[in-house]
Design a protein around this ligand. Sequence first.
Ligand code: ADP
Length: 540
Amino acid sequence: MQALLREKYRGVKIDAVVAVEMAALDFAERFGDVLWPGAAIVFHSVPARSVAARTLGPRTVGVPVRYDFGATLELALRLRSDARRIVVVAGTTDFDRGLLRLARAALDGRSAGRPVEYLVDLPLADTLAAVRNLPSDAIVLYLAMFQDGAGARHVPRNVITQLAAASRAPVFGVFETYLRDGIAAGVIASFSVQGRRAGELVARVLNGERPGGLGAEAPVAPACIADWRQLERWGIDERLLPGGCEVRFKELAAWDRYRWQILGALAIILGQATLIGSLLVQRQRRQRAELAVERHRVELAHAGRLATMGELTASIAHEVNQPLGAILANVDAADMLLEAGDARPGEVRQILADIRKDDLRASEVIRRLRELLTRHEMTREPLDANETVSEVLRLLAAEARRRGVELVEAFDATLPQILGDRVHLQQVLLNLVVNGMDAMAKTSPHLRRVLVRTSLRPDGDVEFTVSDRGQGIDLEHLPKLFGSFYTTKERGMGLGLSIARSIVEAHGGRIWAEAGGEGGATFRFTLPAAPRPAPAEQAA
Ligand code: ADP
């Protein structure tokens, strides 16, 4: 070692040498003059007793340490008051045996009658086996093991890890490096404190203070340090520790560690829950409001139909009267034939067939009237657009005749079906056609004509167009037309177009007016085509 160091530091002036532990201090004091002439020797981690027992050289200065096995045993007994035996584990090097001597002296008289067992001269494997078989009411005091009883070399810090893992009883010790996965607690002189104080001495020496004037410092006092995870493992209550004992490796509960994050998350969750709650309430209210609106629309539409039909009473009466009159005439004719006594069965049957036909016609008119006059929830069914328009025109035929208006239909025969409510859609058409007829009051009689056209739009929707040759619409009135209560008629209510718009929009369509076309006004509305049935249904 001497030769190596001499070679290594040849030609280098050394001012201070730091000696760690007793063996290093011995070496430095013995060979320092040769290896590092004039250098100060600064030691630490040397037990105070050993320092006291020797005479330090003139250039030696340092920080002794106190290993307190007595206090460590007291701490162990405090944490394990029910312990019945004490086991001491140590190795066989001089250092190991030096600690053993210190420990023996300290334990003397402190074990309070408990047997003390020394596991010293065993191979490491046997030592581990021995602690594995300990009863749990034991205390293990681990000193150091640089070499085991079989002569195998070890690093004491690695031995404690195995020992602690194997042991059935908690292990205690005095070195800071044994903490973490090792000893449960100990009265420990911190290595970092020793190192810092030795460093301060080195600085003073380098700054020119004479080491001889400094002498040995006061020893570093040990203090209680515990490993929280080991306390947990052995079920040792942390509150048993003496006041001021430092607890390391404590796993903070999630709450301690993330208090603000948790509170923040809770606040956000709470906020969201409130928001979601209020949105749900709002949605419920909206649904209720929508239902109410739907109900009002149905009622309004019904009122609108009643009003329109009211306008048509004259022609409707005529519609019903005509077949009734024909029936009466046929009955009279049959009567006359029977009276004359030459009623041939064929003739009578013909008359009866005519009566049946007129009766059916009258009841058909009444059925349609009843449909339009009763209140009616909106339904959705596939409808033939042209057929739907035709029915309306048939219903209005008598009225048109009465007003001298020609109703003309121009149908696209290839239209797809639409999805909707027949009565409500017919109400829209009824309104548009009657409005058209109303608008032609001043048109000269031979020109009065309403054209109703159906067609397919490029976007696939079905379009209905109603054009007349009336007075037309002023451009400035276009925006107001579909609003409620806009009317220019003496006895109008101004509701027809607004109801028509709400019906068309409820069907997913659009309605608007244009000036021009047939010379008067043109109203158009569109409805989406019904989705095509799936191929299977088509085949069925
Ligand atoms: P009302 O028929 O009771 O007046 P509407 O909502 O059906 O209610 O019509 C509103 C107004 O729109 C009518 O008063 C009229 O001024 C105008 N209007 C509707 N259709 C036509 C049309 N074909 N030609 C000219 N003006 C029309």
